[in-house]
Design a binder for this molecule. Structure first.
Ligand SMILES: *Cc1c(COP(=O)(O)O)cnc(C)c1O
Length: 395
């Protein structure tokens, strides 16, 4: 029997059947342009309105504060550039963290090239920023704080409520990339004092290429795509109606199922982590052990190349990741793993397993069964490991 175990849900998730079914009519019989006045156009408009409400309800926002985008990367780019440029007369300083997704990190680099100044807050060994560092980083010219809700590689969940409270006190705009958090953590933008929030449907069992940016009423932000009047003139282009319907359905289901989904993931994750740590020597768990996404396990194995580990797991039918999907394929070590203090060598030996809805306890048992012998086999090829085993070298 061929095994297929998908353990890369932080990279993307399969579209749920209910989500696909909700979307399908909007590709064919209900194909009207939402901007048209006749009835099939109005039907599409209604579908957009409903999805906007579903997204708003999921995060405690008003429907008019939800803007549809092409996904997490676009939402992140819009939030950063939009707020930076709209508030340029007030200041040119942005605060973010050193472990953000590339969509944030590279948008910051872009802004730096255009005269903005960016502070990249360090993180501790578990991947957490410190509120004291944040307070110290504030300048009179700071117009935006952008800190991710939860990290895509190591799963660490940031103190979002404290950051929001502080930003509000200072009157500084607070954006969070909640792409990994949505569907895993209860989010209420008012409780958390969040001014802008990025979402992406394909990370919570919706389709790829569709996302949303929450923009709190009265936040000053430039429009992102010039053209027609869609999305209140701020993001032009005929709407991806089927995608938006899928996003709405997926977010509604995610919030409805959050508790049971969470407990299932937590159980499987803790079993996986506990057993890997017990059974395999020279391993470390990356990320905070408690403030951590329920489906995330990220390990570093000494004396191993993550790429070889992925290939061998793939031969056993297991889809996993080392670092993030975007950086696989390049040999650069993950900026996140370096930021939590790992050496280049150790970060190369990292493995991310992210659990999701389609996983079972049998999957975890199977991974535990095949992982140790694979790690041992790869280590046999390391001259350094041989020396350590012979006691000639300390780790
Ligand atoms: C996946 C991801 C993104 C990018 O979302 P896309 O919809 O793939 O563009 C941004 N931020 C985080 C934290 C992510 O995990």
């Amino acid at each position: 029997m061929e095994t297929h175990i998908y353990l890369d849900h932080a990279a993307t998730t399969p579209v749920k059947r209910e989500v696909l079914e909700a979307m399908l009519p909007y590709f064919s019989e209900k194909f009207g342009n939402p901007s048209s006045v006749y009835s099939i156009g109005r039907e599409s408009r209604k579908a957009l309105d409903e999805a906007r409400e579903q997204v708003a309800n999921a995060i405690g926002a008003q429907p008019k504060e939800i803007y549809f985008t092409s996904g997490g990367s676009e939402s992140d780019n819009w939030a950063l550039k939009g707020v930076a440029y709209a508030n340029k007369s007030k200041g040119n300083h942005i605060i973010t963290s050193s472990i953000e997704h590339h969509a944030i990190h590279n948008a910051c680099k872009y802004l730096e090239n255009d005269g903005f100044e960016v502070t990249y807050l360090p993180v501790d060994l578990n991947g957490l920023i410190s509120i004291d560092d944040l307070k110290e980083a504030i300048r009179p010219t700071t117009t935006l704080i952008s800190i991710m809700f939860a990290n895509n590689e190591i799963g660490t969940i940031q103190p979002i409520k404290e950051i929001g409270k502080f930003a509000r006190e200072k009157g500084i705009c607070f954006h969070t990339d909640a792409v990994q958090a949505m569907g895993n953590i209860t989010i209420n933008v008012d409780d958390l004092n969040i001014d802008l929030l990025s979402l992406s449907a394909h990370k919570f069992y919706g389709p790829k290429g569709i996302g949303a940016l929450y923009i709190r009423k009265n936040v000053k932000i430039t429009s992102f795509i010039q053209g027609g009047g869609q999305e209140k003139g701020r993001r032009a282009g005929t709407e991806n109606v089927a995608g938006i319907v899928g996003l709405g359905k997926a977010i509604e289901l995610a919030v409805q199922n959050l508790d049971s989904y969470n407990s299932k993931l937590l159980y499987l994750r803790d079993k996986l982590i506990k057993n890997v740590m017990e059974r395999i020597p020279f391993v470390r768990l990356n990320g905070d052990s408690i403030k951590r996404l329920p489906g995330n396990a990220n390990f570093s194995f000494d004396f191993i190349e993550g790429e070889s580990l992925l290939l061998m797991l793939d031969m056993k039918g297991i889809a996993a990741s080392s670092g993030s999907a975007c950086s696989s394929g390049s040999l650069d070590p993950s900026h996140v793993l370096l930021a939590i203090g790992l050496s280049h060598e150790t970060s190369h030996g990292s493995l991310r397993l992210t659990i999701g809805d389609d996983n079972t306890e049998e999957h975890i048992d199977y991974v535990l069964e095949v992982l140790s012998p694979i790690v041992e086999r790869l280590r046999e090829m390391s001259p350094l490991y041989e020396k350590v085993k012979r006691g000639e070298k300390d780790v």
